[in-house]
Design a binder for this molecule. Sequence first.
Ligand SMILES: Nc1ncnc2c1ncn2[C@@H]1O[C@H](COP(=O)(O)OP(=O)(O)OP(=O)(O)O)[C@@H](O)[C@H]1O
Length: 223
Amino acid sequence: MTLLEAHRIEKAFGRTYALRGVSLAIERGETVAITGPSGSGKSTLLHCLSGIMRPETGEVHYAGRRVDGLDEAARTRLRREEFGIVFQFDRLVPELTAVENVALPLLFSGRGRAEATTVARDRLEEVAALDVADARPAELSGGQLQRVAVARALVTGPKVIFADEPTGALDSVAGERVLSLLVAAARTNGATVVIVTHDNQVAAHADREIVLRDGVLAGEVVV
Ligand SMILES: Nc1ncnc2c1ncn2[C@@H]1O[C@H](COP(=O)(O)OP(=O)(O)OP(=O)(O)O)[C@@H](O)[C@H]1O
């Protein structure tokens, strides 16, 4: 069943067309990689699909609801309730420990501190970062930071995980590890995953690869 759908979306920044009519459908539970050269529109597509940005024309649908028509507050609520988002240079709150950072989205959604901490510790364990639960971000390596960011994105049990170059700042061994953890955790939880990457090895973890070139779909590969 289709969970997420874009229909002929276009987005320009001034005179630069980032997306020129992109249509795609992503199934529930699927892991999809969006690849393509630098500047081909990958991040812009991810932002439009996740409701961070609105396309100028075209439509985005999530679970039968039109996302691009929602106002900022409604899109923020949708992201908070249904989506988990991981970026390349994710910022954790420096004053908080790893487990407190992971627990934060649960506190925002009204869960009690004790319960939030228990769930956060479970998520850290899933991404093999329980050993750094009480450390602050400044004390963590790039790989550890990214694992904590993945745990935070997964903590609310999101239906869709959007990841933009989630391993871009890591060396290939650390990157590979973070990514397999992300995909495995998503599969265990039945989540749909959309990963932006320019790395073929990363794309190999996906069920399907969507290739963008100059703001249009250049092809699709079943991995
Ligand atoms: N906020 C912005 N303001 C102006 N131009 C932008 C903005 N965001 C993206 N663009 C332009 O839109 C085009 C697509 O950018 P986008 O970041 O989506 O590509 P990308 O494929 O993710 O690139 P990369 O792999 O380098 O991250 C590029 O030409 C870029 O310069």
